[in-house]
Design a protein around this ligand. Structure first.
Ligand code: GAL
Ligand code: ZN
Length: 658
């Protein structure tokens, strides 16, 4: 199987989305010159080029792309070539309105923006396949081609009639009979029983709350339907160029695609990451997404898009202060990225993204952003041979799952304040602040290589996953599980007792009486800390250790944190410092040491392939103790026993000990 290692060949890919169709051809030469100057070795072409390549149905305008592929090759720049199928041209919607998505209430999502396609539309799929076929045939053997990039951020949803028919086919293969579907969806409730397949619809706008199992299946279906589009195009390009790796870029921690399932269909896992430069947790957010993507890739991954400066889609869009782009880019490399790429190379002058930064901004080559880009490009060039392809060791896994996210995020639950992604981030943050590198894993994955496994919150766990967790704990693994987990089965049916019995046994819960969610900003006092968001009325089984009890409110005196052997259960979300402490105890007990002891606050340490990365997320100049003698690959200098890092400073250390 071709991989990122093949495409990168010991380098770190550096570059970005390149949209030359927005510029007169004279600018292209200038682009190539400046790319060279910046150390760019990879550009992504074609992402939004459908209308340029196929200006009217069946037409093919490849001349301009030929010239660009040749130009890039002449400058030694590889091309990540995109199938331009994310944004059909207006002619498609005008001639084939059935390719346009419809929302839950039946209104049409028109052209005039982007990504207006229905994944279930045979017409869209036919045009997309034909174009992909011709594109692949034309460029399969082009020497500039390094990676195929299918579509862009698959994210569309549709509730149209074509989708309804497709959904029914998907449901038929899952349930075979309508009776089985009725059972799985619990349609005895509110007179929802279906008498035949033809009555079944996507969950369209309704009078009151929708059937949650139907909504869950629709989310599963939508992820699968989009994946069919991806697989169809992937198979075409792979047929033409079996040695060129294929990817599609994920949105980070995005609920619309089951990234575990998708990643298994990719040669390279790539992702687009846009932390808010003002977010004090931005560095940890990056780390989490890097860990997640690396885990999906099971190896090096590709940072397909990030912003060199401000984005334009937040309410207020902040630039990156000097050094922040470099810090976050090198952080991605530390955590396994072999590609550091941007949206986009040259900032647009027209269109919706004219205020979105590029590597080359409106300020041009004299601009600060470009200056910083050049520095980073040069540094990545030196780092490549030392770091490219290296592994990032992790002893702790965080379990993460889309089914559970989908099922647990619906209407009609105990608290609408419970935000799955937020809880996952809080747990990752607590481990990150302990200086521990984490992988992510699916709940049914082989967990045996991890010393500790953390389950922030998995509302839905299928039987295989529960068996897996129980086996992991019984095999001597250290397991820590957050509130409101193991509640529902694969059909979103509440398990008897409100939580799976085997899990209750594992953690020492005799009875789960009630969930007691908290209001926004409300806390509940527990022994030694404040709980937030959630609490539970639990009765501990005999022989269970109550690590901390609730101390106030309706649950005063009842257990808040339980433990039985190496399995712990947290029935609330401890405030950040407390969660950091609790999870710190857990990993220490499991024999997991931080990457580096004695780090100043805000400094992150990561090992990759024998190198030690030190990253200062804070503003102050700090001294980091590192026992021994090292070469800092970024400066070429030798450092002994300590490293000084200024604001957003980075060091990449290689031991000089024999
Ligand atoms: C991504 C997208 C890019 C660009 C970018 C702006 O979601 O793939 O095309 O729009 O956002 O931040
Ligand atoms: Zn549709």
């Amino acid at each position: 199987m071709p991989s990122l290692r093949d495409a990168a060949r010991g380098r770190i890919l550096f570059g970005g989305d390149y949209n030359p169709e927005q510029w007169p051809e004279e600018v292209w030469e200038d682009d190539a010159r400046l790319m060279k100057e910046a150390g760019v070795n990879s550009v992504t072409l074609g992402v939004f080029s459908w209308a340029k390549i196929e200006p009217r149905p069946g037409a093919r305008e490849f001349g301009w792309l030929d010239r660009l592929m040749d130009l890039m090759h002449a400058h030694g720049i590889g091309v990540v070539l995109a199938t331009p199928t994310a944004s059909p041209p207006p002619w498609m919607g005008a001639r084939h309105p059935e390719t346009l998505p419809r929302t839950e209430d039946g209104s049409v999502v028109w052209y005039g923006s982007r990504q207006q396609f229905c994944a279930s539309s045979p017409v869209y799929r036919r045009y997309a396949a034909a174009l992909t076929e011709d594109l692949a045939a034309r460029y399969a053997d082009h020497p500039a081609l390094t990676v195929w990039h299918i579509n862009n951020e698959y994210c569309t949803h549709c509730w149209c009639d074509e989708t309804a028919a497709h959904f029914r086919r998907w449901l038929r293969s899952r349930y075979v009979t309508v009776d089985a579907l009725n059972e799985a969806w619990g349609t005895a409730f509110w007179s929802q029983r279906y008498d035949s397949w033809t009555e079944i619809l996507p969950p369209r706008k309704a009078q009151y709350m929708k059937n949650p199992a139907q909504v869950l299946d629709f989310k599963r279906f939508t992820s699968d339907a989009l994946m069919e589009c991806y697989v169809a195009e992937r198979d075409i390009v792979a047929r033409h160029s079996p040695r060129v790796p294929v990817t599609t870029n994920f949105m980070p921690l995005w609920s619309g695609q089951d990234a575990w399932a998708w990643a298994a269909q990719e040669d390279i896992v790539s992702v687009d990451i846009y932390p808010d430069p003002r977010d004090p947790q931005g560095g940890q957010y990056n780390a989490m997404l890097a860990d997640m993507t690396r885990s999906q890739a099971a190896g090096p991954w590709m940072l397909m898009e990030q912003a060199a400066g401000p984005v334009n889609w937040r309410g207020v869009n902040h630039p990156k202060p000097e050094g922040l782009n470099r810090l976050w880019s090198l952080q991605a490399v530390a955590r396994g990225a072999d590609a550091v790429c941007y949206f986009q190379w040259r900032q647009s002058r027209q269109g919706s993204e004219k205020f979105h930064s590029g590597m080359l901004t409106h300020a041009g080559e004299q601009g600060r952003t470009f200056r910083e880009i050049k520095r980073l490009g040069a540094e990545l060039l030196t780092l490549g041979p030392a770091v490219g392809g290296g592994d990032v060791p992790a002893d702790v896994a965080i379990l993460h799952d889309w089914d559970s996210w989908w099922a647990g995020s619906q209407e009609g639950r105990p608290s609408s304040l419970l935000d799955y992604a937020e809880v996952v981030q809080r747990w990752h943050r607590a481990l990150w602040e302990n200086g521990v590198v984490t992988d992510f894993a699916r709940p049914d994955a082989d967990l045996s290589r991890f010393k500790a496994v953390a389950v922030p919150h998995l509302y839905l766990l299928d039987d295989a996953s529960i068996d897996n967790l129980v086996a992991y704990a019984q095999g001597g693994g250290t397991l820590v599980c957050g509130f409101f987990s193991g509640v529902a089965d694969v059909d979103d049916r509440i398990r008897p007792g409100g939580m799976d019995e085997r899990l209750r046994d594992l953690f020492g819960i005799r009875t789960l009486h009630e969930w007691w969610p908290l209001e926004a900003g409300e806390t509940v006092e527990c022994e030694g800390f404040e709980g937030t968001l959630w609490s539970e009325e639990l009765e501990a089984a005999e022989g269970t250790e109550v690590v901390a009890a609730y101390r106030a409110g309706e649950l005063a005196g009842l257990p808040a944190v339980l433990r039985r052997g190496r399995a712990r259960y947290l029935s609330t979300l401890p405030e950040p410092a407390a969660l950091r402490g609790l999870l710190g105890d857990v990993v220490r007990e499991a024999g997991v040491a931080p990457v580096l002891a004695g780090l100043p606050d805000g400094v992150e340490a990561v090992r990759r392939g024998g190198l030690l990365f030190l990253l200062q997320h804070g503003r102050d100049t700090v001294t980091v103790p590192v026992a021994g003698s090292y070469e800092d690959l970024l400066t070429g200098r030798t450092v002994e026993d300590r490293v000084e890092l200024g604001r957003h400073g980075v060091a990449v250390l290689r031991s000089t000990a024999p």
